[in-house]
Design a protein around this ligand. Sequence first.
Ligand code: NAI
Length: 387
Amino acid sequence: MIEGKEIASAGQLRYGMLGGGEGSFIGDVHRKAIAMDGLAQLVAGCFSIDYEDTLRTAKKLRVADDRVYKDYVEMARKESGREDCIDFVDIATPNNTHYPIAREFLNAGINVVCEKPLTIDLAQAEELAALARKKGLLFAVTYTYSGYVMVKQAREMIRRGDIGEIRVVMGEYAQDWLATRLEDTGNMQASWRTDPSQTGRSNCVGDIGSHIENTVSYMTGLKIKSLCSSLDSFVPGRKLDDNAEILVRFDNGARGVYWASQVAVGHDNGLRVRIFGSKGSIEWEQENPNYLRVAYIGEPVQILSRGGSYMLPNAAKTSRIPAGHPEGYYEAFANIYRNFATALMKKKKGEDISDADFPSVEDGLEGVKFISKAVESSEAGSVWIDM
Ligand code: NAI
């Protein structure tokens, strides 16, 4: 980890962005999170499907005219031909575009950071992972929740054996924003998420179920062996799932229950993970992210705070301000980017990056496998399917 003064002397990376145009959501979060540590500067982009929007956004972001592009093909081609080529591209566009865009930039020899889900199809995800490996390029997939300090603390405690052998995992992500036909109102985010041609074979599992899968995998280190799912669409006329229950069996024999819903009235972004082991349990909620609920057999329940002396080094070093001042979503993204940028700078210097801590293309591939198996199980009548 490069910290404090080292950051300033490490030199700045250059990046380009796809998506993040006017009225969009996550691209702007990425830009602010990257800016937090000053490790990379935005120098190029194609910010929207609409070129006029791209031009206006580029102007606001002070991107030089000759590095504003009509589409990703032009951007990859022209950037890779420049001496001051971008060090990585940041893909913050709808799901169906991740594969062609990432493939284009990998083939142009440019490192990639891509939003989840990695692709809408398993073969595409396998191809991207193989291509990144073959080219020796860094490829991050921005599973946000792995960037939270207390998620890292839970991971370290579980690794150390604090709660013993894991027996049961309960994961839920409850939202209510799609409880009505928001897609009919022209809402940009709802429109493409409920359209199979842009979001793939699953809406709800792809959009938020995949966050449960990655967060649990990161915290516990467990691998899913098989699953049995029911994907449902409650809102009339909707073609894709807006609610999903998934039973999970892990490689160590543990059992899990995942529930993802976009029709859970009264819930905003209720990601909650509860992990029960033979000696204790750990629970984390993204809407109260600076705390962990920990319990050991026969002892009173404890609430761990982000600033406590008991914080383990790999978690503590990612905390940015004293406890009690809340950290959250932006800082989680910033932690992913700081670790990615640090690894990229080390790699440029020929240094070892085997301890890099950011979600990789292999994690993205696992996520797409999870989504596609959940769809397969549900379509076959909720049968158990091996991963
Ligand atoms: P959005 O609809 O708000 O924005 C998408 C942007 O991409 C728009 O500016 C659009 O014009 C642009 N775009 C579309 N096709 C393009 C192309 N070919 N070239 C350049 N720009 C293009 O979508 P949102 O909600 O920001 O989601 C984007 C991605 O981020 C999705 O894959 C989604 O799953 C993921 N996401 C991840 C989150 C996380 O916590 N990690 C949270 C929200 C979204």
